[in-house]
Design a protein around this ligand. Structure first.
Ligand SMILES: NC(=O)c1ccc[n+]([C@@H]2O[C@H](COP(=O)([O-])OP(=O)(O)OC[C@H]3O[C@@H](n4cnc5c(N)ncnc54)[C@H](OP(=O)(O)O)[C@@H]3O)[C@@H](O)[C@H]2O)c1
Length: 292
C-alpha cells in the first residue's frame, strides 16, 4: 500500500531537504510525498496551506495522508503576543486546531533548542523546558498541542541548521560569506553556544522518525561550538579565509540565551548515523557537489 506523507513547509529551507529526502528514499509506489507552501510554491511544494487560516484536517482527509511532518516556521507570524503567558491565544488555538486535524496520522514535529533558556548547557530531552522569549513559548505551545492531541507523534529539536539545502546555503552562513566576499568585517559571540546541525542530517533524522515508530522528543546532538567558531569553521570549509571574522561577547544588557547546545539520551538508539561537526559536515557537502 502506498504511504502518503504530507510535509508542511516544504518550500522552506529545512522542508525542501525533508521532502527531497523522503522522495529519494522510497519507490513512488511505496510512498507519495506532498509538500505545502504558504507564499512560494516550488518543486517540492505544490499544495497551498496557511497555518493561520487553513484546516490541516481537510488536507489529511482530501489526500489520505498517513504521516504529517511539520517543518514550517509559523511562530513569528499572525497575531501579536498578548496575555500573561506571553503566548498569543490565537497561536495556541491554531496549534491545537492543527494538532486535532492531524491526530489520526503519524506526526513528526520540528521544534528547536529555543524551548530552553540557555542558562544550562548540553540539554537532554528530559530537561525541563524554560523558554525565554515568545518564539520559545510558541514552540512549547505547539509541542504541548501535539503531545496532547496526537498519540503517534515524535518531536525533533535541533539547534542552528546549516549547510546546503537543495543547493542553497542557509541564511546565516550566506550572510557571513557575503560580508567576507565584500571585504567587510563581521563579528560573532565567542560566549554563545549552539549545537549546529547539517540541514541534510536534520532531514535524515526526520526521515528516520517518519519510517520508525518512536514517539516523544528527540534531540539532534552535535558538538557544542560558539557562534564565532561556527562561522569560522564553516567559512574555512567553504574555502574562505575566516581571519577577518572578529570576536565579540554578549553585551551585559542583551537578553539572549547563552548556551542552547543539545545532547541526547536517545538519538543513537533511533537514528543510525552520527551527526557531523560543522566543518566536517559542510566539507562533505562541498566534496559531494564537486564529485557530481
Ligand atoms: N533554521 C534554523 O536554524 C532552525 C533551527 C532550529 C529549528 N528550526 C525550526 O525548523 C523549522 C523550519 O525552519 P526553516 O529555517 O526551514 O524556515 P524557513 O526557511 O523560513 O521555512 C519556512 C517554511 O514555513 C512556511 N510557512 C511560513 N509561514 C507559514 C504559514 N503561516 N503557514 C504554513 N506554512 C508557513 C514557508 O512557506 P513559504 O516560504 O511558501 O511562505 C516555508 O515553507 C521552524 O519551525 C524552525 O523553528 C529551524
Amino acid at each position: 500500500m502506498t504511504e502518503t506523507v504530507l510535509v508542511v513547509g516544504a518550500s522552506g529551507y529545512l522542508g525542501r531537504s525533508v521532502a527531497w529526502r523522503l522522495r529519494e528514499g522510497a519507490d513512488r509506489d511505496e510512498r507519495r510525498v506532498l509538500g505545502t507552501y504558504c507564499s512560494e510554491p516550488g518543486p517540492t511544494a505544490e499544495v497551498a496551506f496557511d497555518f493561520w487560516t487553513d484546516d490541516a484536517g481537510e488536507l489529511v482527509d482530501e489526500h489520505g495522508v498517513d504521516t504529517v511532518v511539520f517543518a514550517a516556521a509559523v511562530e513569528y507570524g499572525g497575531d501579536a503576543d498578548t496575555g500573561e503567558s506571553g503566548v498569543g491565544a490565537t497561536f495556541a488555538e491554531r496549534a491545537e486546531r492543527f494538532a486535532a486535524g492531524v491526530s489520526d496520522a503519524r506526526v513528526v514535529y520540528v521544534s528547536s533548542a529555543s524551548v530552553f533558556d540557555g542558562t544550562g548547557s548540553r540539554y537532554v530531552e528530559s530537561d525541563p523546558r524554560s523558554p525565554r522569549d515568545d518564539y520559545g513559548r510558541r514552540l512549547v505551545a505547539f509541542e504541548d498541542a501535539i503531545d496532547a492531541r496526537c498519540d503517534d507523534a515524535a518531536t525533533v529539536r535541533t539547534s542552528y541548521l546549516f549547510g546546503f539545502s537543495t543547493g542553497r546555503l542557509d541564511r546565516r552562513l550566506a550572510r557571513t560569506r557575503d560580508h567576507l566576499d565584500r571585504g567587510e568585517s563581521v563579528a560573532y559571540f565567542t560566549d554563545m553556544y549552539k549545537s549546529p546541525v547539517l540541514v541534510t542530517e536534520a532531514a535524515e533524522t526526520v526521515a528516520a522518525l517518519v519510517d520508525g515508530d518512536a514517539t516523544g522528543v528527540v534531540h539532534v546532538p552535535t558538538p557544542r561550538v560558539s557562534v564565532y567558531d561556527f562561522h569560522c569553521e564553516a567559512m574555512a570549509a567553504l574555502g574562505h579565509d575566516p581571519g577577518p571574522i572578529e570576536r565579540d561577547s554578549i553585551p551585559d544588557d542583551m537578553d539572549v540565551a547563552p548556551d542552547t547546545s543539545l545532547a541526547s539520551e536517545r538519538f543513537d538508539s533511533l537514528v543510525d548515523f552520527e551527526p557531523s561537526a560543522v566543518g566536517e559536515g559542510l566539507r562533505s557537502q562541498v566534496d559531494a557537489d564537486e564529485s557530481e
